[in-house]
Design a protein around this ligand. Structure first.
Ligand SMILES: O=C(O)c1ccccc1N[C@@H]1O[C@H](COP(=O)(O)O)[C@@H](O)[C@H]1O
Length: 213
């Protein structure tokens, strides 16, 4: 089984090229100003110009208003919108219909009860992404290098594709895939040397580890 890999929060050409050469499937650009990985639509377009082969281009937004969506979707050619805030099922459906771009909804997981929340997005989102619930002290809703109990997902079947995210690293991604059954994984902090500074070496190691799982 080949596991899809997404490298999120790319901010420089070197990281983009390392990801492409290592065989990445999805590249993520963060359009959330509070993130150390934030890019503008213009910066994103420049980064995406370094793609030497077709890969899926994912734009990450957090509770975006229409003005931000207009700027991002109008300014950058994207294949998937990752909604990483508290967007309701109604809002997810409205964004999907209005902007005509497939949508992936993040579901924060801390315990079994959180899984029920995911069901409300079946039929309105194209994909789900399971991430750890952010710590109370966190300033970001994701990208916190925090993982959750992967057994929450063990044996669960979903009628739509889903990503596993949260605290993944080259060292733990194979085990995370084995336990959760994930067919797609997403990483940001785990391939960085500091918040927002991607490491080409860690990107290569992560992709190799996920592929070998
Ligand atoms: O990466 C960010 O800066 C970010 C900001 C706001 C929301 C989500 C963000 N990242 C996403 O969070 C998860 C987990 O990241 P990590 O690997 O634990 O750092 C992942 O889906 C990122 O795309």
């Amino acid at each position: 089984m080949t596991v899809e890999v997404k490298i999120c929060g790319i901010t420089d050409e070197e990281a983009m090229e390392a990801a492409i050469e290592a065989g990445v499937d999805h590249v993520g650009l963060v359009f959330y100003p509070k993130s150390p990985r934030a890019v503008t639509p213009e910066q994103a377009t420049e980064l995406l110009s370094y793609l030497e082969r077709p890969v899926s281009r994912v734009g990450l937004l957090v509770d975006p208003d229409d003005a931000l969506l207009d700027a991002v979707v109008g300014g950058v050619r994207l294949d998937l919108l990752q909604l990483h805030g508290n967007e309701s099922p109604e809002r997810v459906e409205a964004i999907r219909l209005e902007y005509g771009v497939p949508v992936m909804k993040m579901i924060p997981l801390a315990g079994p009860d959180d899984l029920a929340a995911a069901e409300a997005y079946i039929g309105v989102a194209d994909r789900l992404l399971f991430d750890a619930r952010p710590p109370k002290t966190a300033t970001l809703p994701g990208g916190n290098a925090v993982s959750f109990d992967w057994t929450l997902l063990t044996g669960r079947r979903w009628p739509l594709p889903w990503f596993l995210a949260g605290g993944l690293t080259p060292a733990n991604v194979a085990e995370a895939i084995r336990v959760s059954g994930a067919k797609a994984v997403d990483v940001s902090s785990g391939v960085e040397t500091a918040p927002g500074r991607k490491s080409p070496e860690l990107i290569r190691a992560f992709i190799a580890a996920a592929r070998g799982a």
